[in-house]
Write a protein that binds this ligand. Sequence first.
Ligand code: ADP
Ligand code: MG
Length: 699
Amino acid sequence: MASTDMPTAAATGAPVTELKGVGTALALKLERLDILSVQDLILHLPSRYQDRTRIVPIGGLKPGDEAVIEASIRAADVVQGRRRSLLCRVQDGSGATLTLRFFHFNAAQKNSLRPGARLLCFGEARPGPAGLEMVHPEYKLLKGNGAAVMADRLTPVYPLTEGMTQNRIRSLITLALEWMSREGLEDLLPETLLKQWKLPDLPTSLHYLHHPPVDADQTLLLEGKHPAQRRLAMEELLAHHLSLQKARQQVQQQGAPVLKATGALSRPFLDALPFTLTAAQLRVAREVARDLQKPLPMLRLVQGDVGSGKTVVAALAALQAVENGLQAAVMAPTEILAEQHYINFSHWLEPLGIKVAWLAGKVKGKAREAQLAAMRTGEAQVVVGTHALFQEEVTFADLGVVVIDEQHRFGVHQRLSLKEKGRHGTRSPHQLIMTATPIPRTLTMSAYADLDCSIIDELPPGRTPVQTVVIADSRRDQVVERVRQACEAGRQAYWVCTLIEESEALQCQAAEVAAESLKEALPQLRIGLVHGRMKAAEKADIMARFKAAELDLLVATTVIEVGVDVPNASLMIIENPERLGLAQLHQLRGRVGRGSVESFCVLMYHAPLSKQGRERLGVMRETTDGFRIAEKDLELRGPGEVLGTRQTGLMQFRIADLTRDADLLPHIHQLARELEQLPALNDALIRRWLGSGDIYAQV
Ligand code: ADP
Ligand code: MG
């Protein structure tokens, strides 16, 4: 076993090609599993185990069991079914029989698998036409009276990539473990901690997880709750936490412009609003204003449910920059949302003599040149846009505040890149990040350990919660009738068509078809259609007409998810809501219930619903509390989906699981504080777990 105090700093980064027999081709395959170094290979843990240590009587097999059997062939026949196959009827001492089925076999195989032959098989028992069968089992013929040689440990099953077999990766990992015993792999967790938590040391944990003993608790291992797994999960969570903390420290080593809250612009702005701020808005606005007066860059996340009024808070932050002669940039993830912000900001700020610039992909040619120039010279004090603001051609005169709406749709990368744009010598802009998807506390603590958090936990007065109805699409006629009644009573309604596949074209087509059939069914109503493939001007025109109540019913794809604000719309129909995540449904539903009339949301599903689908729609019916919905979403779909980070690469854990290991998180914070004095250890942990993928390294 490796001694834990061996110097291994150099060894930890050893590439997989250090291992015997690993060349470039194999290294490339491993790279697809995010395995670059020998250490990565060692940390590639089995997803489950097989028990090849004992022989199971055929009579004791249940469908789905993976097991070793020892049996003799009673009959072997090649049959011509839908596919030609070799069927061997085998029987063991228990007297029970089972079929081995081979679709691919050669003459030699067929010859050796004949009646009387004795063999040892490993495979999964599945129900077949004549009782249980094993399809293409691994098998070994037993000669004479020779006894079977069984495994003495559980056999690991690893996540694979194309062109890689279990046997291949098993032998590679065995090599890697031998390498570890030779070279050592430093245990980065302090011994006191391991003692306190009764956790095994690193090499012991790794040997155990790759080759557990026969008596290992497989249920515990499958659940990921074995002390050896907990130990690794804890180390990984700690590494992530430390890297976020480091990012934050590095940002805060830079200075930021001190932005005094003079009130010169914010006061007239607030006076002109047709409402007064809620207590929650005021509290969060004050937290932001206080941060902006400090010479350190603000890093603040504002969470607030749909409709809680985050935009006003963002506007106040922007105004504080302008009051001090600096610029503010406001960025949103979709063109529609960005446009909505642009409309709001121009409407609010231009009367105060502030020029608001607008940049999105569709702003082209001369208009684009003009906007870019206004941003560069500082003529535009506030800039609103999409991710187009990240592009290289974009420069600011002097950026004081960056507001990012719906942050989780942008990667950390992008967030950092916009901040780079605002860098002025050693000075960074302040960052305000807003999200309408409430993020469960466990996630904020880990995914946003680099951010301070404010919560707008109150909706403006006069809103009535939306009533949600779940109904099968076989009752579509009743739903259409309901739309007619609502619209004839002077209300407006949305009809939302969801994504069928990952194809925008198909979704738009579905919306077109739905609009046509609704026009036929409801000739008395004024019906409009918006979808992602329409020209922006056309879209904007339809939206404007709906807002002005010139349309009764708006048929839309999920593009209306964010940004539309029509208080008179009090009914929303969502077709096939089972296709959407809870967070997205919650966002959509937030488009109604903005006025004082009672609003309804009809979730019109297509039967049959999966168990999870039923559960999800049930949650929507039961609650309108965004935080509860988010918690449930996390439980049902896992953190990757909830944060939308699959694509962005943020928060990908090898071993830890935020739901399963949630109880560790509070301790991680405590630990991180204790480790603050050990920068070398911190860096080693970050390197081990985030490796070259340490996206924070470049802050
Ligand atoms: P979100 O938090 O979803 O971004 P918005 O900022 O778009 O919410 O606000 C939703 C709606 O509520 C807007 O029409 C906005 O003008 C209005 N609003 C915001 N704050 C208040 C308030 N304090 N009182 C009444 N209406 C408000
Ligand atoms: Mg908003």
